[in-house]
Design a protein around this ligand. Structure first.
Ligand SMILES: [Zn+2]
Length: 377
């Protein structure tokens, strides 16, 4: 499906715990944030299926009391609990399909007066999050997706919320250090507080001077400390297709360094291509001098394959523009969420067991990395 071509900058034109780990030689460490020991980090070179506990529910409820709600870190894995082992019969009853498709939603600005199809109003954004929660979607980050750290309640579906360009309408801190009212992150936190299964996490792809400045890196550190992913969107929103190879790799490496300098100990894990434009050698988006990523996001134009499906390409992960009405709405999120919800929508549905990848025998082929934990029914 065609996706509208990117517009000029700065208008976005594009666009409970581990039950299983296995070694991926040379695999990048997807997330390395300076978080508490209970954080869902993992050893570099390992791939893991993690279990998010229900234990964070009580923490989230604390944030539901109105006012400038205290913000708690995103869902932590619960203490090791014996996972419930899924059986083929139970997987069938659930309709589990862990080779199903995952919507990776793309946002740019959240503003009262949209100026393009890339803008959403706070009301529209809130409504979309409420819809996702009502349809039993659970947000995960891109880093979690590409490293297959998808442990969701039985019957739930993963969704990735991505925000490009570091717009001030997406995030900012009050002088008291709380997410600013009206920003996308504040709205996400408020919706999650009302829906305890809905994890308040997202992946924010930034350039230099994110969120209107952040000269001291305070905003980026807040995000990392609260379970949000900070991704690379190049230092100056470079079109990697038209740039020379040295300029393209420098644009990526320089932003990577800026993020790591702002958030000591943090290592960006994924990149969103400005304008959806790949370097002429596409592998340079994944790996180059000074950087190595587990995933690269495109701009369009449909759901992403499961990271355990044979067709999953970490270097070319499609996204869906958040949109409900207006021109080209047929490429937008409302239409895709409608389709994914149909019996033939091939939507990723969790079996609730982080140690298996359950899927109907009629599903797509399983990726080699997941074959040993596959449960076909
Ligand atoms: Zn952009």
């Amino acid at each position: 499906m065609p996706e509208p071509v990117a517009g000029p900058w700065p208008r976005p034109a594009e666009t409970p715990f581990s039950a299983l780990c296995w070694e991926i030689p040379g695999s990048p460490d997807p997330v390395a944030r300076p978080a508490p020991a209970a954080e869902g980090t993992h050893t570099s070179g390992m791939r893991c299926l993690f279990r998010f506990g229900a234990g964070f529910t009580a923490l989230l409820a604390l944030a539901a009391c109105g006012g400038p709600a205290p913000v708690v870190p995103a869902p932590r894995p619960a203490p090791a609990a014996a996972p419930v082992r899924i059986t083929p019969a139970a997987a069938r009853q659930l309709g589990a399909d862990e080779l199903g498709r995952v919507p990776v939603l793309m946002y740019h600005r959240i503003v009262a007066q949209p100026r393009s199809v890339y803008d959403r109003t706070p009301a529209d954004f809130t409504a979309e999050l409420e819809r996702l929660a009502a349809e039993d979607y659970v947000p995960v980050t891109t880093a979690e997706l590409v490293s297959r750290r998808l442990d969701l309640p039985a019957g739930a579906h993963p969704v990735v919320l991505t925000f490009d360009d570091g717009d001030p309408s997406v995030f900012g801190l009050t002088p008291q250090g709380q997410p600013a009212p009206g920003t996308a992150v504040r709205i996400l936190l408020d919706v999650a507080a009302a829906h305890p299964r809905f994890r308040p996490v997202a992946s924010l792809y930034v350039n230099e001077h994110p969120f209107g400045g952040d000269a001291d890196g305070r905003a980026l550190r807040w995000l990392a400390e609260h379970g949000f992913e900070i991704g690379n969107h190049t230092r100056r929103h470079t079109n990697l297709r038209t740039a020379t190879e040295p300029a393209a790799t420098a644009a990526i490496a320089e932003e990577d360094a800026l993020i790591r300098r702002a958030v000591p100990g943090y290592r960006p894990a994924t990149l969103a291509l400005p304008y959806g434009s790949s370097p002429r050698r596409p592998e340079l988006a994944l790996r180059g001098p000074g950087y190595s990523y587990g995933g690269v996001l495109l701009v369009g134009s449909g759901p992403a394959p499961s990271p355990c499906a044979a067709g999953f390409e970490p270097g070319a992960i499609p996204r869906i523009r958040s949109q409900s009405t207006g021109p080209e709405a047929k490429y937008g999120s409302a239409r895709w969420l409608d389709e994914l919800a149909t019996p033939t929508g091939h939507r990723y549905t969790s079996d609730g067991d982080p140690s298996t990848v359950a899927y109907p025998r009629s599903a797509a082929a399983v990726a080699p990395e997941c074959a040993s934990v596959g449960l076909a029914y």
